[in-house]
Design a protein around this ligand. Structure first.
Ligand code: NAG
Ligand code: NAG
Ligand code: ZN
Length: 394
């Protein structure tokens, strides 16, 4: 979820048929040898898992449809960017479903909204056991993938959802949540957001307070990935100074190509080696094509991927498209069925299979595994759960 405040816009149906028609013309004009590259992409993704780390379908199910999914037919939706047919067409092997609620709704019980979203993800998986399987670790991920199921994991989008409670953070882990985005577009009392016009309740530019650092270390102990999409650049640096485990950008693009705070600057890309982190590219039009007079396309997304690969390395880039969380999508990447077209373009640009396999999911799975190993190491050190509370001196 990127920009929207309020959920009203969510229910707008996409004119999918029109988009599909426009896109056919677009491809036939722009691709040479398109079919060969696309065949290659499908073959590669049949044998190697594609994992996307950010999809907002749960927000629609829990809040637009009020959690009433029993009579829905997930095979085909005439709204949004995601349904079972299109997930299979896109060769999606694993999906982190986003647990999100608008942080600006400060009167709302964010914990309850998170419970409703987690519940709807689990009920969706239970309704379609032949399609989905919950994955709470890399071993379960591979098990699901080997059995032809879409491995389903969860991330909470926005530190506001734990209400500054270590206890809530730990219980989210128990429920299966495997990453937390430290902020959405609002500051939390302990971390600075990219996109909040209000001053943070601490010195601006600090990034993280001492309590915020404790949260990061508690996430390391639990084995929950620390997601630094949506945070201020200062917070990215503060997290890199603090964490013992690799960092994740679950859905972010390049700041060098599109100079907005929400995107990742090269100065941070250059530090990803310090923790073995990964940036999962967001497809949202204004993040990948910053000239408002130009249409965003698949080629812009490919450019962002190539920029991040050129600065940080091919092993530091993956996919976090933000489908169902963005109200517009680039032409050529209209919905989850289109990932293979992106791979075809990168094949045309000369990407090796090894690098494509990393982009598809290998890089993210390496980071997830390493986060698990750091957690095991901390367990051997017998570090106890944090009892820190917001506002208490250290
Ligand atoms: C769901 O829709 C598909 C076609 O989109 C259809 O084949 C299937 O029978 C439907 N399932 C149910 C339970 O209605
Ligand atoms: C990160 O650490 C470096 C080196 O110690 C320091 O110069 C920088 O200010 C720190 N950044 C933040 C945001 O904490
Ligand atoms: Zn988001």
């Amino acid at each position: 979820m990127v920009y929207w405040s309020g959920l009203a816009a969510v229910s707008l149906a996409l004119p999918l048929a029109m988009a599909a028609q426009a896109e056919q013309t677009y491809f036939s004009q722009n691709f040479h040898h398109k079919k060969d590259a696309l065949d290659h992409a499908h073959k590669l993704l049949r044998h190697n898992p594609l994992v996307d780390t950010h999809n907002d379908l749960p927000m629609h199910l829990a809040f637009v449809y009020d959690g009433k999914i029993n009579d829905m037919n997930f095979t085909h939706f005439d709204w949004g960017h995601t349904d079972i047919t299109r997930l299979h067409q896109g060769r999606v092997a694993g999906q982190f479903w986003s647990i999100y609620y608008d942080c600006e709704e400060t009167e709302t019980n964010q914990l309850l909204k998170a419970m409703e979203s987690i519940d709807v993800v689990k009920r969706m998986v239970n309704l379609y056991p032949e399609t989905f399987q919950i994955a709470t670790n890399t071993k379960e991920f591979h098990h699901a993938w080997r059995h032809g199921k879409i491995a389903s994991a969860m991330g909470i989008e926005g530190g506001q959802m734990i209400d500054s409670s270590m206890a809530a953070l730990r219980q989210f882990y128990k429920l299966g949540v495997r990453y937390m985005t430290l902020t959405h577009n609002c500051h939390t009392p302990w971390a600075e957001s990219c996109c909040d016009a209000n001053p943070p309740p601490f010195e601006k530019g600090l990034g993280l307070t001492d309590f915020g650092k404790e949260i990061v270390l508690e996430m390391n102990r639990l084995g929950m990935m620390v997601d630094i999409s949506h945070v201020a650049h200062a917070t990215m640096h503060a997290v890199l100074n603090t964490t013992r485990a690799p960092v994740l950008f679950s859905h972010s693009s390049s700041n060098a190509l599109c100079n907005i705070e929400r995107n990742v600057p090269d100065s941070v890309l250059e530090r990803l080696d310090e923790t073995d982190g990964v940036v999962q590219i967001n497809f949202y039009n204004p993040f990948v094509q910053c000239d408002p007079n130009k249409e965003a396309t698949l080629f812009d997304v490919a450019d962002h991927i190539e920029h991040i690969a050129s600065v940080a390395g091919y092993h530091r880039v993956g996919l976090g498209a933000d489908y169902n969380g963005i109200e517009v999508t680039p032409s050529g990447l209209e919905d989850v069925s289109k990932y293979p077209d992106l791979f075809a373009e990168l094949i045309r640009r000369g990407w090796s299979d090894e690098h494509l396999i990393g982009l598809a999911g290998g890089n993210l799975l390496r980071v997830w595994k390493k986060v698990e190993l750091v957690s095991e190491k901390i367990a051997k050190e017998k570090q106890l759960p944090s009892e820190a509370r917001l506002g208490e001196p250290k």
